[in-house]
Write a new protein. Structure first.
Length: 207
């Protein structure tokens, strides 16, 4: 059975500047420049949240050419939506086994950025699984983990919790992918995701 853990949380924004402002306003710290995802036509900023955990701000790269696929994280459909915590990504030691066990993920594609190599699930049309309350799955094919290269932000992800009207079915998916981290999941009338983060200014919440 695959073993799967929380890897990073994803903030989507109309631009990296707006995404950075959103994170600064919520947490009191600035994400640092990341890089470009040429195959997806996106770029990012990053914030360390632990030894192997980070926050990623994603936006459409205005200087990129047309992407090979529908952009991940619903970034084509929600391009002008305000910055928000869109979903999370879980790393696994066997992305193919985890995806097959869940029966909920689309194809698996390889990507690279600089020295980083990974494979990630891409749901149909760049969408989400369970409205983003279930994670996308990633398997890193390079070392060290990208969080290791990020400067200390003074921030730590303390807890991630979600609500979904189909919470029981979602819980079954999390068991199938072998999630071992504590993700607090509750039934709720609308999908919702919150990240509780300890910052230099105290406990803050991103949603």
């Amino acid at each position: 059975m695959p073993v799967t853990r929380l890897d990073h949380i994803a903030i989507t924004a109309p631009s990296l500047e707006e995404g950075g402002d959103y994170v600064r306003g919520a947490l009191g710290v600035d994400p640092v420049p990341g890089g470009r995802h040429l195959r997806m036509g996106t770029h990012n900023r990053l914030l360390k949240l632990g030894p192997s955990t980070y926050l990623e701000v994603l936006a459409v790269d205005p200087d990129a050419g047309p992407p090979e696929f529908p952009r991940w994280f619903r970034m084509d459909q929600d391009r002008n939506a305000p910055p928000r915590l869109a979903t999370w990504v879980a790393r696994t030691d066997d992305v193919r086994a985890a995806a097959a066990a869940s029966g909920a993920y689309g194809r698996i594609e390889p990507f690279e950025r600089g020295s980083l190599r990974w494979e990630i699930t891409l749901p149909e049309q760049g969408g989400f699984v369970f409205d983003g309350i279930a994670p996308l799955l990633i398997q890193w094919r390079s070392e060290p983990h990208p969080a290791a290269a990020l400067p200390d932000s003074g921030c730590t992800l303390v807890a991630l919790e979600g609500w979904h009207p189909r919470a029981a079915a979602l819980a079954g998916l999390l068991r199938a992918i072998g999630l071992v981290d504590n993700f607090k999941l509750s039934p709720g009338p609308e999908p919702r995701l919150l990240a509780h983060i300890q910052t230099p200014g105290g406990m803050r919440t991103l949603g």
